[in-house]
Design a protein around this ligand. Sequence first.
Ligand SMILES: *Cc1c(COP(=O)(O)O)cnc(C)c1O
Ligand code: SF4
Length: 350
Amino acid sequence: MIPRNLSENQCQNHSEKPTESQNQTKSKVQVGTHFTDPVNLLEQLDLSPEQMQFSPQANQDFQFKVPKAYVDKIQKGNPKDPLLLQIFPVQQELEYKQGYSRDPLAEAQSLFQPGLLQKYDGRALLLVTPACTINCRYCFRRHYPYDDKGHFWTQINNNIQLINQDDSINEVILSGGDPLSLSNERLAALFHSLEAIPHLKRIRIHSRFPVVEPNRIDDEFLEILASSHLQIIMVLHINHTQEIGTDSKVSLEKLHNQKTILLNQSVLLRGVNDDVDILRQLSEILIENHIIPYYLHMLDRVQGSAHFEVSDEDAVQIHQQLRGVLSGYMLPQLVREIAGEKSKFPIYEA
Ligand SMILES: *Cc1c(COP(=O)(O)O)cnc(C)c1O
Ligand code: SF4
């Protein structure tokens, strides 16, 4: 499980199971804005643990955590809801799968310095926090040894120094965890340090917040973006149209108004979005919200996620069909991340 750094988190409501199991009245009101008890969620959705093949063990391996804003978009009574499937801990996660690893991208090796990943030319990826506001079951970082790598924030000045010394780096990618788990104060400090590096042109932020917890895009955060001389790119992670509610649209519009370039990456997930119509609609709604579809990722082969895998053959077929119905700029690149490669790897139709 990814350790949570509570002091970094917007929502310090990780009282987790103790509070909820001690709760005699099985209150439907969750602490703060997150759901942290899967059974409680099912009650809200009129579903049973059996129906969903709930696994407490899977939940223990990687703690269930979902913001209320995301739960509000899940359809009641539907065990196959595409949003529910992404976050619910199920028995299939416990099946050991050959060819699946705990660190599929061998990132532990790319960490020449804790909190800094430099695999690709020109770009440095800064891990700024281990915290996410949502725990996606297929996440390749679900077993990531953040624990062993020390505290990100204490490393960050060191890493900024390293970026400062390497003028081949023109883009810094803020990742984690989700960088927007940091407070605005910390983000502002981080931006200021990066803005002082002369060879830097762009800051890229990888975040799921604008769709899963849109309130996070507050005025203070927008001001950080607006006051930077660096170009800001946000890479969102949206897998299904249903994730984009009215609340998300408002936040996306605000980001667009700050001249932020908006891109989206999706993960191709069995039972969630492995369908031409769903992906076509997703591209349509992304463009409506000024977001360019960037990548369609093949699943990273991380233990516990095999039930989400779409075969290369099916993926290529879906992608080819998409090509036939979408404008070129609306078609995301179908890629796989391969350890040791110099870039994301296109899945060719061969
Ligand atoms: C994905 C990734 C990047 C960014 O790659 P792009 O193809 O530019 O989006 C950079 N560094 C690391 C370590 C990555 O995993
Ligand atoms: S938001 Fe991204 S990093 Fe966080 S759990 Fe989901 S996929 Fe992983």
